[in-house]
Design a protein around this ligand. Structure first.
Ligand code: NAI
Ligand code: MG
Length: 499
């Protein structure tokens, strides 16, 4: 493990510096509306305040929902090609501002700038482009009914006003993943970004207006989960809510949504297994994949491959490779080019992760690498070493609970049957990975793993065309692809007597 010594921080764009110095209102009905309170967002690399934003409350949510309600009928009435053009223009502007968005996200979240640019903004723009194409592709069906004299068909109609509550780990992608399908389907939206990373969402609110998307179609209300978020999830004017975050808050949102029977989609936590069989083949490639499966975004990733199951014949060889690779990772501020991993998002996430690490040692785990907070010039930020435990029981806290930090548990297994039972033993079911050269085994495992996505001989790939979501306590519904367009529309059946 090394920390960079001479890496020069990237210079901030003037537009980013100006943005950080501005007074930020809530973005409602195409205007910045100051709230009664403010909240500070921190730079997790330094623990210093980066900027203040407005902290919306229930009354602000009322205003935002009312604006979204007013704007919705006209937005839905636009010709599909016109909605497409506006959404493409929005994507064009994101592309124009890509570097600024990446810098802001790196500052606010802590992730390496290179990742914010090459991954986060790239994926977010790709998603907006994909959804921009949907308005002209939404179709109903005709039905072959067995009663004489009818023409029966269906229409896909917008649900109305939607709400999005997003987390801090991939703020931009989580926002576009919800803005894109909601707007493409003719809905309007109130977005409540995470209080730890509110900045790029505000930037997107301005871009929507600049793109020509009418005021009130995309509203951004920054604020706390228990005030702004809770008010949004209870609001009778919201027809659908899409949430990504913790399982605990997901449950609260579903309970709140029940009052008015809002449509709900939940993308929650995970404790995803990555399984390497003896016939993995290229152990270097597999170890590299396992490394990034857990350490990408400092482990703050819903699909983090946090449980690594190694078949006995390759166990030691993979552990050795992983330990060596983890030791070469550079942990440091996101704006320094040498940084592979940034800090954790907050002091409370740091405490949580260090608590799990201490618990892992108490439970008899062998620390193969890492295990400590980083000090020295990094001591003001929330930096933790990439950490690998072996020798933990499957039921131990570290091995069974979502940590959301750079902490991997490694296990040894004997055969397919055993590893399937262990991999499927948790209430989660978000993602899984399998490495094998045996085609039959790959498909058997893909069919039997309890997970909304299975990666074979790879890990952590996404595409806007491919549905994503969890089984069990990892969530409800699917985002991306065609299913998400169905989730943001109501299906109406129309019976016409023709004879
Ligand atoms: P969280 O679930 O509290 O926050 C996610 C979003 O929900 C934020 O926008 C927050 O303001 C909002 N929120 C919080 N309480 C709410 C409420 N009562 N009603 C409506 N909205 C509410 O997650 P947090 O506390 O930031 O992280 C805690 C743990 O959650 C992490 O350690 C991790 O295990 C998990 N998590 C999972 C994510 C995922 O991608 N699946 C993303 C973020 C966190
Ligand atoms: Mg922040």
């Amino acid at each position: 493990m090394s920390t960079p010594i001479s890496a020069e921080p990237a210079p901030l764009l003037p537009a980013v510096t100006q943005f950080l110095q501005r007074q930020h209102g809530l973005w409602i009905d195409g205007q910045p509306v100051p709230a009664r309170a403010t909240l500070a967002t921190l730079n997790p690399a330094t623990g210093q305040i980066l900027c203040h934003v407005s902290a919306g409350d229930a009354a602000d949510i009322d205003t935002a929902v009312a604006a979204a309600q007013r704007a919705q009928p006209r937005w839905a009435a636009l010709l599909p090609a016109a909605r497409e053009r506006l959404l493409h223009r929005f994507a064009d502007l994101m592309e124009r501002d890509r570097e600024a968005l990446a810098q802001l996200e790196s500052l606010d979240n802590g992730k390496p700038l290179r990742v914010a640019y090459n991954v986060e903004t790239q994926v977010a723009i790709g998603q907006m482009r994909y959804y921009a194409g949907w308005p002209t592709k939404l179709t109903g069906e005709t039905y072959a009914v067995s009663s004489p004299g009818f023409h029966v068909y269906s229409r896909r109609e917008p649900v109305g006003v939607c709400a999005a509550i997003t987390p801090w780990n991939y703020s931009l992608v989580m926002a576009t993943q919800k803005i894109g399908p909601a707007l493409a389907a003719g809905n309007t939206l109130v977005l409540k970004p995470a209080e730890q990373t509110p900045l790029t969402a505000l930037w997107l609110g301005e871009l929507a207006l600049e793109a020509g998307i009418p005021a009130g179609v995309l509203n951004v209300v920054t604020g706390l989960g228990q005030t702004a978020g809770a008010a949004l999830s209870q609001h009778p004017g919201v027809a659908k809510i899409a949430f990504t975050g913790s399982t605990e808050v997901g449950r609260a949102i579903q309970r709140a949504a029940a009052t008015h029977l809002k449509r709900v989609s939940l993308e929650l936590g995970g404790k995803s297994p990555l399984i390497l069989f003896d016939d993995t083949g290229d152990l270097d490639a597999a170890a590299q994949a396992a490394l990034w499966a857990i350490f990408a975004n400092s482990g703050q990733n819903c699909v983090a491959g946090s449980r690594l199951f190694l078949q006995a014949g390759i166990h030691d060889a993979v552990v050795d490779r992983l330990a060596a690779l983890a030791g070469q990772l550079t942990v440091g501020p996101g704006l320094e080019a040498a940084s592979d991993l940034g800090p954790l998002i907050s002091a409370s996430q740091l405490d949580r992760v260090l608590g799990f690490i201490a618990e892992g040692s108490r439970a008899g785990g062998d620390l193969i690498v890492g295990g400590h907070r980083l000090g020295g010039r990094l001591s003001q930020g929330y930096f933790v070493e990439p950490t690998i435990f072996a020798g933990l029981g499957d039921e131990s806290a570290v091995a069974s609970q979502e940590i959301f930090g750079p902490v991997l548990s490694v296990f040894r297994f004997k055969d397919e049957e055993e590893v399937l039972a262990r991999a499927n033993a948790l209430p989660y079911g978000l993602a899984a990975g399998v490495w094998t050269q045996n085609l039959g085994r790959a498909h058997r495992m893909a069919a039997q793993l309890k997970a909304g996505v299975v990666w074979v001989n790879t890990y952590d790939w996404f595409d806007p065309a491919v549905p994503f979501g969890g089984m069990g306590e990892s969530g409800l519904g699917r985002e991306l692809g065609r299913p998400v367009m169905e989730a943001y529309t109501e299906l109406k059946s129309v019976w016409v007597k023709i004879e």
